[in-house]
Design a protein around this ligand. Sequence first.
Ligand code: GCB
Length: 607
Amino acid sequence: MRKTIPLSAGWQFLKKAASVQEAVEAAASGEAVCLPHTWNAVDGQDGGNDYYRGTCWYIRELSEEEAAGERLFLEVNGAAMTADVYLNGKMLAHHEGGYSVFRVELTEELAQKNILAISVSNEDCDTVYPQKADFTFYGGLYRAVNLISVPAEHFELLKDGTPGIKVTPVVDLETKTAFVTVETWHNAADVKITVNGETKTVEHHAEFTIENVHLWDGVDDPYLYTATAKLSSGDEVSARFGCRVFHCDPEKGFFLNGRSYPLRGVSRHQDLKGKGNALSYEDHASDMAIIRELGANTLRLAHYQHAQEFYDLCDENGIVVWAEIPYITMHMSAGRKNTLDQMRELITQCYNHPSIAVWGLSNEITAASAVNDDLLENHRLLNDLCHRMDPTRLTTMANVFMLEIDSPILEIPDINSYNLYFGWYLGELEQTDEFFDEYHARFPGKVIGFSEYGADANPAFHSSHPEKGDYTEEYQALYHEHMLQMIEKRPWLWATHVWNLFDFAADGRDEGGKHGENQKGLVTFDRQLRKDAFYLYKAAWNKTSPFVHLCGKRYANRAEEETEIKVYSNLRLALHRRYAPCKTDREDGVSLPYPADGRAPDRSSCR
Ligand code: GCB
């Protein structure tokens, strides 16, 4: 039988670089911490770009009961950014990349008394991504660490953090049939694989046919099947999977299960005010609840591999996902291996998630680097790796606005996307429309999307005359009103992702009345406040929960005689008019919300 023991409590934390011997000796003087943990929860969020980037130690003794089992593995779900694992003073593993799962076998080194010591570093270097980007590179063991004990005959645990089982459903929509291939990796003679009530005993892989298949059909019906694989030793693994087909059309956008399904949503970073990236399952689940409230049907999980439990939530909620590695902003000539390693791990670990539709090769990689041979070659290798490992999904890239639309790099991925900030960092809102129209006219056969757009807003900042760069909630709302219309007129945009659903930590920032935060979120960093623009998208996307939102309720001190009351609603009628403070001529003193000039409400601007 397989047993998984979470190692959350009982760690001693040392915030210093040291040899393993020194660290173990000093452990008692360290700080007692529980996982998940980051050492940058405070200094990574308070501005100044001065958060601790260095090496720290996590030390813990394993109890006799924990160290039992025929074969014992340590599973680390996220160690940012690099980690060395030691058992009883001996180094057993080194891992580079802060966002993927890795495992280490401990069995051979187990003794009477077992001291586990993990050094983790988020120090800057030129080989591991990310190094330059607009978010805090939190350090720590910020996801779960588990012990997994398995019998001698067991499923593979080591190779690239594999789940040991890979499920590939191919769907024929006409006959409503799914052909499901299940591959497994193990050291036993055979394996029993079960899908949809049917069991086959095979060496490693089996094929199944599901008639009258229940599709994984996006937010409306994200149906999941389960494949289970069992060895005679009792070791067992399983994977949920979804049967769906999708494709992109340069003229018509994204299709799910044969019907047009425009992907309209937001991006998400994995951090929270006061907690950094050390999130609990409840934190992930409450983020997902906000995404469902908004009515988004797609998420770009930027800018790195997110937690397995979050991809699970996307599977369960029918959210179509763009998954990516942190190959971002600046190409490093010594970083090629790391991009390939992180992509291999991402695909190995996330392959079974039906929510994932595309693999993102890089983000704004030409922002601080030239399009040279080395960068192109790196992208070709990544693209080929994705196709080799996963012929069922598309590759994509998020390109920076100044990248020429005929750049050779755009030839590499299957489909493309641009991050554009016209109307915020530069230019006018309408330049976004012009940009996409020009692209579409010049390359009518190419699929293009809008991978990032947004404007910062501090919900304490207000104006009756909002302007680009003023950080007001009102400008953010105007910005998004424009973008929403721009998008609605261009159904060929295969996916659009607001940057960002939540404000997030970027310790290098100091602007808009806040230190260390990017405030392009539709929701604040602590998730406590939905900015007005949130309701604009909710009105457009949420078809199930009727609501009316009056904008500007935080704009308390208004100087003008007439004030603007803007309403966002997903009900059929919403008014947008200027009203004067009401004077009443009714006997009962009730004020009626009529316009200042006494005319009947103008319904021409109804959405
Ligand atoms: C971008 C980046 C993203 C930043 C964003 C911004 O293009 O991809 O990481 O946070 O712009 O807000 O400037």
